[in-house]
Ligand binder design. Structure first.
Ligand code: ZN
Ligand code: ZN
Length: 68
């Protein structure tokens, strides 16, 4: 799978590393951001945040939208 953003820019040789968790498009390392996100686990009725963050991949466009 090739990176969607690279193909939009006219060069599609970059291999995608994964798909954005928001838009689902495949993007390469240059066009992806690995975000750490806390995991909520309910312990009984109390929501607990895991000591270790999970990770998720977002593409540049979705990251820009999230930060806007
Ligand atoms: Zn790319
Ligand atoms: Zn995206």
């Amino acid at each position: 799978m090739h990176c969607y953003d690279c193909s939009q820019e006219g060069h599609n040789e970059a291999t995608g590393i994964g798909c954005c968790t928001r838009c689902g498009l495949f993007t390469c390392a240059d066009h992806s951001l690995i975000m750490r996100s806390p995991v909520q686990r309910p312990i009984g009725v109390i929501p607990m945040t895991s000591a270790l963050p999970a990770r998720r991949l977002v593409c540049g466009a979705c990251r820009t939208a999230e930060a806007a």
